[in-house]
Ligand binder design. Structure first.
Ligand SMILES: Cc1cc2nc3c(=O)[nH]c(=O)nc-3n(C[C@H](O)[C@H](O)[C@H](O)COP(=O)(O)OP(=O)(O)OC[C@H]3O[C@@H](n4cnc5c(N)ncnc54)[C@H](O)[C@@H]3O)c2cc1C
Ligand SMILES: Cc1cc2nc3c(=O)[nH]c(=O)nc-3n(C[C@H](O)[C@H](O)[C@H](O)COP(=O)(O)O)c2cc1C
Ligand code: SF4
Length: 640
């Protein structure tokens, strides 16, 4: 245990081929999609500078377009075919180097090609028909692509990258070729393991021949597709051996394909480190370093993986989005100061958040590093924060770090709705942000007052320069006949009480909270129905967690009605109306309202004109989620 706390393995230097890393932590590909006009910009530069500064050993950066314009995906994709584009990448790599980390370029090629018409094997994508390149490329096409990718690796070397990572996972081109399920070829790239691995091994050899034998090549390898008939560990061990023989310098033991993304990017439902054992099995098959990946956010787990020789390096993507300083904090023994990823897959996934892009639900600075810096305030002010939920606590901490004199008043206990956010199934990790915020408050000089309500006259009597109104939101109660019956309750009360009576429960509102509540309450003896007015439930939730939650709801027999509204609530009965006007009823001995919240912002109007600066933050400004609350608290405090 003592040795684990010292993290001697995690912070031992290590090598991938000729590249020496200062420690065993790798940030795998997290495509920021921040590029504008296919160029590196300050937003991207500062995102990665911050991670490098935080102490990670190696960062894998996005693959620029290797085949412009033929395989160009648009302005969010980096280019390096012209010198002025490449110059931005050199600056990015040099920035990472200046902070003491190394940078690899991810090496990949699109896995689909467009065809003119619907042919056998084609699928419709937007307005075009596409086919999988793995099965529809000729041997000559394959050779061309290998040359293009190897030239890309050579270019990466001239730009200054320390190595490349070949994408042989994620259901992409090479992973499809490796798969006994997806590879339908009958030539020397299909059939046997050696044939299916031929493109990969040829690519590794060609990269080495083109970029130089000493230029490190890591392979992100699918080790198990987790689909019946798909690639599994027996074969991937052999493929890892073939990759090693071809010259690969390390294997990242990845898993999953396009249909099992929840394995590749494990959501909150998954246990920690679900792919570690795959890494251990690959390690028995090769002599080159193996990287464990997937839901490793705990330095103790990372140390144990290394100490038990299950892997030689650990990869952390989301853990470093959530806290770029995790390596440094672990190295200094400051484990309690780590802000842990809770694997919500919300703000970082898909297109992220409108106006920001990929960011983070617990780290308000993610994606904002370039514009949000905490500088000492010119003029020290007296700041009063009303409300101790996530937005208020965050605003208080940031204002305090700027040097302001901050008081935080909370009518109950600290946490606000965040106290309720980790009760539903698989949401335990959501509790960490509250622990982290409380720890940050403890480390600050914010004066905290809890357990007493306040009013305008008391606030005015403190004569603050600035009041931050972080009073959250209250449950919305629509005007429906029967809404005020004793068998109707709001969702927050159910969580406050940790239980609800009733065998037939109707939840009104199929957003995140409504559906998570159904997941929590549904039991063999408790029938839950969710009623949603929109065409689909969970319309804000991202694909991976949404699919998993819907699967659980279906397994638990939860009934979902979409495009349906509640027209009346009666004893033991809810009257519902479909979009087409059709009326029907469901039995209910309890109705739980999980619909849009209403901002609790009375203080804003009441204080206007009486205090120099009044700012509403979080749900009080606009009901949202943890991420929006933390970002708005931060933005407000930075502007004081
Ligand atoms: C069951 C549930 C699950 C959730 N799960 C998630 C999730 O998984 N992910 C996610 O991103 N978001 C989740 N949310 C939403 C998230 O918790 C909220 O968006 C977030 O807490 C809003 O933060 P806030 O600080 O703006 O407001 P709140 O959290 O509502 O905090 C406001 C605080 O102000 C205090 N207050 C109010 N009036 C006064 C006053 N006059 N004087 C003093 N204090 C006052 C309140 O007591 C409260 O503590 C969940 C919410 C609920 C209810
Ligand atoms: C939003 C997001 C996008 C990702 N995109 C890619 C991708 O395009 N290619 C890839 O190989 N991995 C991708 N990954 C997977 C990560 O590289 C990593 O394998 C995965 O997140 C598991 O590591 P973690 O649990 O430490 O986050 C993505 C991950 C996230 C969160
Ligand atoms: S948004 Fe959620 S899953 Fe993504 S990095 Fe942040 S905490 Fe982790």
């Amino acid at each position: 245990m003592e040795e684990e706390m010292n993290f001697t393995k995690l912070f031992a230097a290590g090598s991938i081929g000729s590249c020496r890393l200062k420690n065993r932590i790798i940030m795998p590909l997290f495509p920021t999609k921040y590029a504008t006009d296919s160029r590196v910009n300050p937003k991207m530069l500062e995102f990665y500078r911050t991670r490098a500064k935080g102490g990670v050993g190696l960062i894998v950066l996005d693959c620029p377009c290797l085949d412009y314009p033929r395989a160009y995906k648009g302005p969010q994709e980096l280019r390096f075919d012209l010198d002025d584009y490449a110059a931005g990448l050199t600056e990015l790599v040099e920035t990472i180097h200046a902070e003491g980390s190394k940078a690899f370029m991810h090496l990949n090629y699109p896995h689909e090609k467009t065809v003119m018409e619907k042919i056998t094997g084609a699928t419709k994508k937007k307005d075009a028909w596409v086919v999988p390149l793995a099965n529809f490329m000729s041997p000559k096409d394959a050779e061309n692509i290998i040359t293009i990718m190897a030239d890309g690796a050579a270019k990466a070397r001239t730009i200054g990258y320390d190595g490349v990572e070949i994408q042989a996972s994620y259901g992409d081109l090479i992973a499809q070729l490796l798969s006994p399920l997806l590879n339908k070829r009958s030539d020397d790239m299909g059939g046997t393991i050696e044939n299916r691995a031929r493109f990969l091994t040829r690519l590794i050899q060609t990269v080495k021949a083109t970029a130089g034998r000493d230029f490190p090549v890591m392979v992100k390898l699918v080790c198990d597709e987790f689909v019946p008939g798909g690639l599994c560990i027996d074969e991937s061990q052999k493929i890892a051996g073939l990759a090693e023989a071809a010259g690969a310098d390390a294997i990242v033991a990845n898993a999953g394909n396009k249909t099992t993304k929840h394995v590749t990017i494990p959501p909150n439902e998954s246990p920690p480190g679900p792919l570690i054992d795959l890494a251990a099995q690959i390690k028995t098959a090769v002599n080159i370093p193996v990287v464990a990946i997937g839901k490793i956010n705990d330095p103790k787990l990372a140390e144990a993986v290394l100490a038990q020789e299950k892997a030689d390096f650990v990869a952390m993507a989301r853990a470093l989005v959530a806290d770029p300083d995790l390596p440094q904090k672990a190295a200094s023994g400051l484990l309690e100061n780590i802000r842990r990823c809770n694997y919500c897959l919300q703000d970082c996934a898909e297109k992220g958040v409108p106006g920001i892009g990929r960011c983070c639900g617990v780290n308000p600075f993610a994606g904002n590093e370039y514009s949000w810096k905490i500088f000492p305030a010119q003029e020290k002010k007296k700041v009063l924060v009303i409300g101790g939920g996530p937005s208020g606590v965050q605003a208080a901490i940031v204002a305090n770090r700027k040097g302001h004199n901050v008081e935080l008043w909370e009518q109950h206990e600290l946490g606000g709705q965040a106290r309720l956010s980790f009760i539903a199934p698989f949401k335990e990790d959501t509790a960490d942000i509250l622990r982290y915020l409380k720890k940050s408050l403890d480390d600050s000089t914010v004066q905290i007052r809890c357990g007493r309500p306040t009013d305008v006259s008391e606030i005015l009597s403190r004569a603050p320069d600035v009041v931050i109104v972080a009073t959250g939101s209250r449950p919305g109660f629509p005007s429906i006949p029967g809404i005020d019956s004793e068998w109707v309750t709001d969702v927050r009360s159910v969580y406050e009480n940790r239980s609800v009576s009733g065998q037939k429960i109707v939840i009104v509102g199929g957003g995140d909270i409504g559906c998570e509540t159904a997941d929590w309450l549904a039991k063999p003896e408790i029938q839950v129905t969710v009623v949603e007015i929109l065409p689909q439930v969970l319309h804000r939730m991202k694909k991976i967690p949404k699919e998993r939650l819907l699967r659980r709801l279906s397994a638990k027999g939860v009934t979902i009605f979409t495009e349906t509204e509640v027209s009346a609530i009666e004893k033991n009965l809810v009257r519902l109306k479909k979009k087409d006007g059709q009326m029907f009823t469901v039995k209910a001995d309890k109705v739980i309202l999980a619909i849009n919240a209403v901002p609790e912002n009375n203080l804003v109007e009441a204080l206007k004109g009486k205090i120099k600066q009044v700012i509403a933050v979080g749900d009080a400004a606009s009901p949202g989620n943890l991420g929006s609350a933390l970002r708005s608290g931060t933005a407000a405090a930075l502007n004081i």
